[in-house]
Write a new protein. Structure first.
Length: 295
């Protein structure tokens, strides 16, 4: 898996310079569909940013924002008064555009215009139902609002031109509705980001002697009393037919298959940046295996 080291040196979390002894890994999900690892990293490389994770992961690989043993600001404080910020390496899984359909944000006419995959699907469904929103350009403009008002009037809904919970429910009702979330829309992307995240967790667990069972989601961190009340990744994984237990099994499998990176780092005393560079190299896995097994 490709890991790009690109520290957010302007972020106050990076500048704090605090470190941890890693005892676990916490997996988050961004809840901002359509923004991938590098653009998200750039958003957080600002002096006013008050959050930070160790890495963003997408279908192409990972971007590392902090040294792995740096204390990140990723999960707040839990009900126990403790925080996994002090114990866990963290990563955010970037979400693809179609996940806008699961958030069901209220779409309304405003300036600047709201835009996204959910707007495009709304426009397509309105067209399918005989209301003309214009071209499906993904922007909620006056013509889309007018078509939505027409649809609402025809379906005994409040005709306010805004797409809220009741209007979404009505749009979703037909079996052939285009506003329903279909897991097939994200299956290919999910398979790649899921595998990349598991590979990164396996690498980190190997490097720091962390059992695969200590890889948890933000939601599980909340249940343990060591993180704030968030539901990720429980809002996404089940839609793709997997659980965190499945994820931990994959991490464990990857750890068992190859411990070459950890062996090389311990054997030659290499910095984590060097290990990441070797892993990103086209033939990096083969090189690490040779270095680990060389007499």
């Amino acid at each position: 898996m490709n890991i790009r080291v690109d520290y957010v040196t302007n972020n106050p979390c990076y500048q704090s310079g605090r470190t941890i002894t890693p005892a676990g890994v916490m997996v988050h999900s961004t809840a901002t569909p359509g923004i991938m690892a590098k653009p998200f990293r750039d958003r957080w490389d600002k002096t006013e940013t008050q959050v930070c994770v160790h890495a963003f992961v997408d279908d192409a690989g990972a971007v590392q924002l902090l040294p792995w043993k740096h204390r990140a600001w990723h999960c707040g404080t839990g009900t126990s008064g403790k925080s996994a910020n002090n114990t866990h390496i963290s990563m955010e899984l970037c979400e693809p555009d179609p996940l806008w359909l699961i958030y069901r944000r209220t779409l309304t006419l405003r300036s600047p215009q709201m835009s996204g995959f959910d707007v495009t699907r709304l426009q397509l469904e309105l067209t399918r139902q005989g209301c003309d929103p214009g071209l499906p350009d993904g922007s909620f403009g006056p013509k889309t609002a007018a078509a939505l008002t027409e649809y609402q009037s025809a379906n005994a809904l409040e005709a306010d031109g805004s797409c809220g919970p009741k209007t979404w429910a009505a749009l979703d009702a037909p079996a052939e509705s285009l506003t329903r979330f279909d897991p097939a829309l994200t299956a290919d992307y999910f398979g790649k980001v899921y595998d990349n995240a598991a590979a990164l967790c396996a690498m980190l667990c190997t490097l720091y002697g962390i059992p695969a069972g200590e890889v948890i989601s933000h939601a599980e961190g909340y249940a343990l009393g060591i993180a704030s009340n968030h539901g990720d990744v429980g809002h996404w994984f089940p839609l793709q037919g997997v659980t965190m237990d499945d994820f931990r099994r994959l991490v464990r499998k990857k750890m068992e298959e190859s411990d070459f990176a950890g062996q090389v780092q311990k054997r030659f005393g290499l910095a984590e940046e060097t290990i990441n560079y070797l892993r990103a190299y086209e033939y990096g896995d083969a090189l690490l295996e040779k270095l680990a097994t060389a007499e």
